[in-house]
Design a protein around this ligand. Structure first.
Ligand code: GCU
Length: 642
């Protein structure tokens, strides 16, 4: 009896230990006692990783890793690969070691998601050569818009102490095909380029290299003044250009495969070329020239606006479109997916498609700055797929995601936020993948492949982003967040001294007549920045898709919606749907309890409760506020706001 008791205590403790690791293992949780037969005739740090991953985890026929230089593999490019079954087992093939590493993770994913691994004939190549995370991490360890603890990079310990999480981070990225990372905030500290910091960056780059993860840095345009003690940062000043050349030389002597710079210039108070009456192109090109001899690139951000101008949504286009064709060929202009700022729903930024002679890349936000931080479950693949419905994947050159990773034990704060890191990587590799299939893959690897779990939870994930739109900003409403933290509602903002674009008169413009921002030809005419057919569709209140109605129109409260109800009624219903959906999520989570370990079940459950309360808060706050203008009563099927 006593032995039984002791045994159960031991089992319980073992279970606890196991579950404490639960979040930290991300989607890489397969049994590692396989001892598979793996053949590889070459040795290198990257192939060592691939071989030991397979040896530990692969449970099928023997695998061999081979470098090829035939036409098929050459056509698949340096990161592409094949996976083929043959008489003697499976062959992973590529022209490069990195291709073999990606093939390895592909094969292991097939096993983890319980797919057929008997007759494989797979050919893969990534859609973009640069699939990059942007960390908004500061040198003091805080993360701008980060909701998962502090920075992973322990700058005060580096380079002497190397946290095991650095390698775990690189491995997780490699497993989903992310091949690049910007380590620091776009609001960049000039100190990042000081020699002691560069040595710390080198230590990270050395760990990341075998995982094919290239390091980039955000730079402050005024660095030549602040750390170089020059009198100016004017990009046309030869001393300035020379300072950058020296700095770049120093970086490459430490990190020979350094990727390049990400720059936020003349935006939200950051210094830039316009301070010297130079253009963004002149600023970017000066840096590009310094990087060119080493194969480095500049990712120059187009996130610029002045809050006092009449329509922020038009400004990036107005400033960048005239510069089309003026950037050197190792500059990529990095554009946020929408024209304002990562709102739960935005139409795509009209710069895409308009800059015919300039390589562009899209910047998605993985961290949920405007989607409930790490408290709300919001699976973002459908939002990014929506962008690709308008912007052809092949029209852009690269893809960036603002990271949601911090030093919390489960990396992302919310266990389901890991799915957004995962989905970003998978879509960056192949934007044609469906959101559903990515969710399924992630769930099977992260929790269980049991369909009783996957079906309801995939369904919950698929509805989650639309739920956030519904309870925060339906029908094209945007930016009605509380000042500063971007979490709760504040459509009424009356803070003295608040920025002009934060006032009710800017984004939602509720008045006696109606609601929404008139961006049609009778208003700011932002519609004209889109290609003709879209411009016409957005311009007319009758053809504008309802999800963008209040983005492009100031619609009367009594405007007849597609289903015959009024705008006011439909608005109320969307808020109510959002609330109802979050309640359903709680119910679903309750039902799948048997399939999830206690630790993660509780953590997610706690957050779902917060999300549901927040949804009610948003609904009540917004509807009571807007009702002051509509003066219409709440439809019967809506819970009375209190
Ligand atoms: C948003 C965000 C800022 C960030 C900025 C950017 O405005 O709130 O914290 O610095 O975007 O993308 O540069």
């Amino acid at each position: 009896m006593i032995r039984m008791l002791l045994l159960s205590i031991c089992l319980l403790l073992a279970g606890e230990r196991l579950s404490a690791e639960n979040g930290s293992r991300l989607w890489l949780r397969q049994d590692t006692t396989a001892n598979a037969k793996v053949e590889c005739s070459l040795l290198s740090p990257t192939l060592d990783i691939a071989c030991s991953e397979l040896k530990r985890t692969w449970k099928g026929t023997p695998v061999s890793l081979e470098l090829f230089n035939d036409a098929t593999h050459t056509a698949l490019g340096p990161e592409g690969y094949t996976i083929r079954s043959g008489k003697n087992g499976i062959t992973l093939g590529s022209i490069s070691e990195k291709g073999l590493l990606y093939a390895t993770y592909h094969l292991l994913r097939l096993q983890a998601t319980q797919q057929d691994t008997q007759s494989l004939h797979i050919e893969e190549r990534p859609a973009y050569p640069i699939r990059i995370l942007n960390h908004w991490d500061n040198l003091d360890g805080t993360i701008e818009r980060g909701y998962a603890g502090h920075s992973l990079w322990k700058w005060d310990e580096l380079p002497a102490t190397l946290s095991p999480r650095y390698e775990a981070y690189a491995r997780a990225n490699a497993s989903i095909g992310i091949n690049a990372t910007v380590l620091n905030n776009v609001n960049a500290s000039p100190e990042m380029l000081d020699t002691p910091y560069l040595k710390k960056v080198k230590a990270l780059a050395d760990i990341f290299r075998p995982y094919n993860l290239k390091v980039y840095l955000s730079v402050n345009f005024a660095s030549p003044m602040i750390i170089g003690k020059l009198a100016t940062a004017d990009p046309l000043d030869p001393q300035v250009a020379n300072w950058w050349k020296q700095k770049v030389h120093e970086i490459y002597s430490l990190i020979p495969d350094f990727g390049g710079f990400l720059v936020k210039a003349n935006s939200e108070g950051q210094p830039g070329p316009c301070d010297y009456h130079r253009t963004h192109a002149e600023g970017a090109n000066m840096l590009a020239e310094a990087l060119k001899p080493y194969g480095g690139i500049v990712m120059w951000r187009a996130f610029v606006y002045s809050p006092s101008d009449n329509d922020r949504a038009k400004q990036a286009y107005l400033e960048f479109h005239p510069l089309d064709g003026k950037f050197l060929d190792n500059v990529i202009v990095q554009v946020k997916n929408g024209p304002i700022d990562f709102q739960p729903r935005e139409p795509y930024s009209p710069l895409f498609g308009a800059m015919k002679h300039t390589p562009l890349m899209v910047e998605f936000q993985v961290t949920q700055e405007y989607l409930g931080h790490s408290n709300h479950l919001a699976y973002l693949a459908p939002m990014w797929k929506e962008f690709f419905q308008y912007v052809k994947p092949e029209s852009i050159r690269a893809i960036a995601g603002v990271s949601n990773i911090g030093d919390e034990s489960n990396w992302c704060g919310h266990d389901f936020a890991q799915a957004n890191w995962y989905a970003f990587g998978r879509l960056a590799w192949n934007p044609e993948l469906s959101s559903e299939s990515i969710a399924d893959e992630w769930l099977a690897q992260t929790f269980t492949a049991n369909p009783q779990f996957i079906h309801p939870v995939e369904d919950m994930m698929m509805q989650s982003r639309e739920a956030v739109v519904d309870y925060m900003m339906p029908l094209g409403l945007h930016h009605i967040f509380a000042w500063g933290h971007h979490y709760g509602p504040e459509p009424w903002c009356t803070i003295p001294g608040a920025r002009p674009d934060w006032l009710p008169s800017y984004y939602h413009q509720a008045d006696r007549k109606g609601l929404g921002f008139d961006r049609s030809h009778t208003g700011s005419n932002a519609v004209a920045q889109y290609p003709d057919s879209l411009a016409r569709m957005f311009d007319s209140i009758d053809t504008c898709p309802e999800e963008f109605l209040l983005w492009f129109h100031h619609a009367p409260w009594t405007h007849t919606m597609n289903n015959g109800t009024t705008l006011w009624e439909e608005l109320c219903r969307h808020y109510q749907h959002g609330v109802d959906k979050t309640r359903n999520f709680c119910q679903t989570w309750e039902e799948v309890k048997p399939y999830v370990d206690t630790e993660r079940w509780n953590a997610v459950n706690e957050r779902l409760q917060i999300q549901t309360n927040d949804a009610v808060w948003w609904k009540d706050a917004c509807l009571l506020y807007f009702q002051q203008f509509s003066k219409m009563s709440f439809p019967k099927d809506i819970e009375r706001p209190v």
